[in-house]
Design a protein around this ligand. Structure first.
Ligand code: SAM
Length: 277
């Protein structure tokens, strides 16, 4: 008999995944944590009943949240990742040879422990000499930083549990201060179908701080609705001026130079709700 993991999005929309094995389950100080082996997607990390990564499709989200801002910036050397406990974003950042130092701030040590145990390929980045891992609330960490980072990637869970305030004005304003004047902030901004308000809010809040604010999309099969958004913001760099020669040799499976520009082309219904039509 097959066991199903069910992710409930709305009263009318549930995702069902066939489970091969339950590998780990616990309540951490911050959230519920589960590692399952899914029939179709392999090992899967679930926090507060939301899939964070699966072995089979995590490359899509992690390549897209990282390479777009890191290539838009002409020479990123110091990068901060807020959240990102699964290690995938850090792995992609470290593919950029010019990056000298990566700070990663994950609130929940139990996520790191579970990744070390069940996702050893991802966990190897935690021991990279260019990566410095802080187990701390990103909200507190960022407060004391001033003009330190070229790029900040907010690889947070959705706005529930410990991540709620990572979608608020105060946090974005602290990120703005923590960035060098020509820095880039990139945040995961949810599903255009199921988190329309999150996407709108992120764009509105970032537009109050940055000159260029550009949402973009990727298709992630295991996220609700399949289509996912990121929102990139900077006062100095617009994606259209990026020099993509550094994209050569990144060894990616989803991201390509062509996709870099294509991902910013938004469907009409998304433009409409973002522009308040
Ligand atoms: N790709 C994922 C997604 O969108 O579902 C996000 C990946 S990553 C696992 C998200 C991480 O953000 C989690 O490990 C969570 O513990 C961490 N997180 C949530 N709130 C945080 C906070 N306030 N400070 C630092 N990390 C936080």
């Amino acid at each position: 008999m097959i066991i199903w993991y069910v992710e409930k999005e709305t009263p009318g929309y549930e995702l069902h995944w066939g489970v091969k094995r339950v590998l780990h389950e616990r309540q951490t100080r911050y959230q519920s944590l589960r590692v399952l082996e899914l029939e179709d997607y392999g090992r899967t990390l679930i926090l507060d009943d939301a899939i964070q990564i699966t072995e089979k499709d995590e490359f899509i989200y992690n390549e897209m949240i990282v390479h777009v801002p890191l290539l838009t910036h002409p020479s990123p050397k110091r990068v901060l990742i807020i959240g990102g406990g699964d290690g995938g974003a850090a792995r992609e950042v470290l593919k950029h040879k010019g990056v000298e130092e990566v700070h990663m701030v994950e609130i929940d040590e139990d996520v790191i422990d579970a990744v070390r145990r069940f996702f050893p390929e991802n966990a190897s980045v935690f021991d990279d000499p260019r990566l410095c891992l802080f187990i701390q609330d990103g909200l507190e960490f960022i407060k004391s930083k001033k003009e330190e980072y070229d790029v900040i990637v907010v690889d947070s869970s959705d706005p529930i549990g410990p991540a709620v305030q990572l979608f608020e004005h105060q946090f974005y304003s602290d990120c703005f201060k923590a960035l060098k004047p020509d820095g880039i902030l990139n945040v995961q901004s949810g599903s255009p179908f199921y988190n329309k308000d999150v996407m709108k809010r992120v764009k509105r809040l970032l537009s109050g701080l940055f000159k260029f604010v550009n949402p973009y999309l990727a298709c992630v099969p295991t996220y609700p609705g399949g289509l996912w958004s990121f929102t990139m913001a900077s006062n100095a760099y617009h994606y259209s001026t990026a020099d993509l020669s550094r994209a050569e040799g990144l060894n990616t499976r989803y991201f390509t130079k062509e996709l870099f520009h294509a991902c910013f082309a938004l469907p009409a219904f998304i433009n409409d709700f973002l522009n308040g039509v």
